[in-house]
Design a protein around this ligand. Structure first.
Ligand SMILES: Cc1cc2nc3c(=O)[nH]c(=O)nc-3n(C[C@H](O)[C@H](O)[C@H](O)COP(=O)(O)OP(=O)(O)OC[C@H]3O[C@@H](n4cnc5c(N)ncnc54)[C@H](O)[C@@H]3O)c2cc1C
Length: 108
């Protein structure tokens, strides 16, 4: 029977990074997850060539260069501007509120 140093329950960010770092230090890890994929809540599914955030949208941001350099060894990031809109009674409004929102609400 195979011997492991660690049994890691959950292949999300924490479990995956823990396993990766432990493995680099010569430890053998068994990672299990009740879902049929890795990545936990940040998992994306490719549907018609578009990456869909299965458990809700995720945006990564940090001002820590060490963190940024570390995470970039695993993936390539897209530039992203968060510009949410709200649908209120069939009308679309900018969020967070800005002058555009007030202009739409009360006219300019
Ligand atoms: C809708 C949403 C939006 C978010 N947006 C952002 C964002 O924009 N930016 C950001 O930085 N963070 C965001 N977060 C937070 C981010 O998702 C979490 O901080 C991060 O995913 C936590 O990683 P984790 O490994 O701790 O847990 P998870 O990603 O939750 O992974 C845990 C894993 O363990 C598995 N598991 C749990 N219990 C068991 C069990 N008993 N047996 C087997 N497997 C088990 C689960 O299936 C899961 O895959 C968001 C979260 C949600 C829900």
């Amino acid at each position: 029977m195979e011997k492991y140093n660690y049994l890691i329950v959950g292949a999300g960010l924490f479990g995956s990074i823990f396993a990766y770092e432990a493995n680099k230090r010569g430890k053998k890890c068994l990672v299990i997850d009740k879902r049929n994929h890795v990545g936990g809540n940040i998992y994306t599914e490719k549907i018609e060539e578009i990456n869909i955030h299965k458990y809700g949208a995720h945006i990564f941001h940090t001002n820590n260069k060490k963190v940024w350099d570390y995470i970039n060894q695993f993936v390539e990031f897209n530039r992203f501007t968060n510009s949410p809109i709200a649908n209120y009674k069939g009308e679309l409004f900018n969020l967070p509120f800005n002058m555009n929102t007030f202009n739409k609400l009360w006219g300019g």
